[in-house]
Design a protein around this ligand. Structure first.
Ligand code: AMP
Length: 363
C-alpha cells in the first residue's frame, strides 16, 4: 500500500495552509474545503469552494480523501458525521462538540480530565446572576460562538450587571471567577491515537484580545512548566488525541489553571516551524495519519510576532532590517484592520527587546 495519502482539510485559512505545507513535503496530496476559492490554502492545494455546512461538498471531500482533518473547531459536527467513513476523521467529532461549547468544555476539563479550571457555573438567564457575590470578579462568556474576547463581559461591580444580564438573557453562558494570573501560557500537544508528544510552554501576550507576541520558553519556573506540560498530556490522553491540540492556561505564582482547549494547531505554536525540530503542523499531520511521533526539541529561544492588517508595512520593514527574522505571509488578498496576515519568528534570549508591531502606534 502506498504511504502517500490524500488529506482533506476543512478550512483553508493560515492554519489549513500551514498544515497543507507540512503534508505536501511529506509527499501527501491535499484537498481543501473553504468557502473562498482564493483562500490562503489555494496557494498550495486544490480547493473545493463551498460553505462548511454544504453536506454535498463535505461528501465530495470525504469521497476523494483518505483522511480528513479540520483547521478550526466551528465545523458542523452533524454534517461531518453524516459523510465520514469509519476512522476517516481521526480527531473525531466528539472533540469538536466539546470545544464548540464552553459548558461541555468545562465539564470535560474539570470532571473527565480532572484538571484545574477557574470556579464556574452555568448561566441560563439573568436569574442565575441575581445572587452572585460581588466581592469577587468574574467573566461571563457565551457558551457558543465566542472568540478572541467576543461574547464576553467582565463583571467587577454592580454597574457591569446590566450588560451581563443582557448577555445572559441572549444566550447560554458560563460565569467564571476572574483569575488574577501572572502570565497567559499555552502548550501544544499532539497525539496519534496511542502516544502523545508535547511542545515547550509558550508565553502569550494579547492586545485587544488578539495574540500579539509569543515567547518560548515561557518565563515561568521549571516546576510550573513541567506542571503545564503534564496537564496538556493528561488532557490529550483523556481524549485519545489524534492530531494537534492547544491548551490555553493561566499561570499564577504557584498554580496552573486551564482556560480552554483548541483542537488544532494554534497561533501560539507557529514559532515551532523554525525553533523546533518538528512543527505543530508536522506533528498534526503525522498524528492524524497515526504515524509515530517524534520527541520535540527547542533549538533556540524564540519570539513570534503576529502581523495584523495594520502591521504589514512595519513587518516588511522589520525583516529588511533584521534579515535573520523569518517572515511568513499567508497570502490573504485584503489587509483588513486586525486581520491576521502573517507572523514573524526570530530567535532571541531577550524577548522584552523584541517590540511588537504597532506598539504605541496602532494595535
Ligand atoms: P477566552 O475567549 O476564554 O480565550 O478569553 C479571552 C481572554 O480573556 C483570555 O485570553 C484572557 O486574557 C481573558 N480571560 C478569559 N477568562 C478569564 C478569567 N477567568 N480570568 C481572567 N481573565 C480571563
Amino acid at each position: 500500500m502506498s504511504s502517500t495519502k490524500t488529506i482533506g482539510i476543512i478550512g483553508g485559512g493560515q492554519l489549513g495552509q500551514m498544515m497543507a505545507i507540512s503534508a505536501i513535503y511529506m509527499g501527501h496530496k491535499v484537498i481543501t474545503l473553504d468557502p473562498a476559492s482564493d483562500c490562503p490554502s489555494s496557494r498550495v492545494s486544490e480547493v473545493i469552494a463551498a460553505p462548511y455546512d454544504d453536506v454535498d461538498a463535505l461528501r465530495q471531500l470525504a469521497d476523494r480523501c483518505d483522511i480528513l482533518t479540520y483547521e478550526f473547531e466551528n465545523v458542523d459536527a452533524d454534517g461531518l458525521d453524516a459523510v465520514i467513513k469509519d476512522g476517516q476523521l481521526p480527531q473525531g467529532t466528539e472533540l469538536l462538540r466539546i470545544s464548540q461549547n464552553r459548558i461541555f468544555e468545562k465539564d470535560f476539563l474539570s470532571n473527565k480530565a480532572q484538571v484545574t479550571v477557574a470556579p464556574y457555573k452555568v448561566v441560563t438567564s439573568s436569574l442565575d446572576l441575581e445572587d452572585i457575590d460581588l466581592s469577587k470578579n468574574y467573566v461571563l462568556k457565551t457558551a457558543t460562538g465566542g472568540y478572541d474576547g467576543h461574547g464576553q463581559k467582565v463583571i467587577t461591580s454592580a454597574e457591569d450587571l446590566e450588560e451581563a444580564n443582557a448577555l445572559a438573557n441572549s444566550a447560554e453562558c458560563v460565569l467564571e471567577e476572574f483569575v488574577n494570573f501572572d502570565l497567559e501560557i499555552s502548550v501544544i500537544v499532539s497525539g496519534n491515537g496511542k502516544d502523545v508528544t508535547v511542545f515547550p510552554v509558550q508565553e502569550n501576550i494579547h492586545r485587544n484580545n488578539i495574540l500579539s507576541k509569543t515567547i518560548v520558553p515561557a518565563r515561568i519556573s521549571d516546576r510550573l512548566a513541567d506542571r503545564a506540560k503534564a496537564i496538556a498530556v493528561k488532557i490529550a490522553e483523556q481524549l485519545n488525541l489524534s492530531g494537534t491540540l492547544c491548551v490555553e492556561m493561566f499561570a499564577t505564582a504557584d498554580d496552573i489553571i486551564v482556560n480552554e482547549i483548541a483542537p488544532r494547531p494554534h497561533n501560539s505554536g507557529h514559532y515551532s516551524i523554525e525553533a523546533c525540530d518538528f512543527s505543530q503542523f508536522d506533528t498534526h499531520i503525522l498524528g492524524v495519519l497515526g504515524a509515530p511521533l517524534p520527541a520535540i526539541n527547542l533549538h533556540e529561544h524564540a519570539v513570534m510576532l503576529n502581523v495584523l492588517g495594520q502591521h504589514v508595512e512595519a513587518a516588511e520593514r522589520y525583516v529588511t532590517e533584521n534579515p535573520s527574522a523569518h517572515l511568513h505571509m499567508y497570502g490573504k488578498l485584503e489587509a483588513k484592520h486586525n486581520r491576521k496576515m502573517g507572523h514573524v519568528t526570530l530567535f532571541s534570549n531577550e524577548p522584552d527587546n523584541v517590540v511588537e508591531f504597532g506598539k504605541g502606534i496602532d494595535f
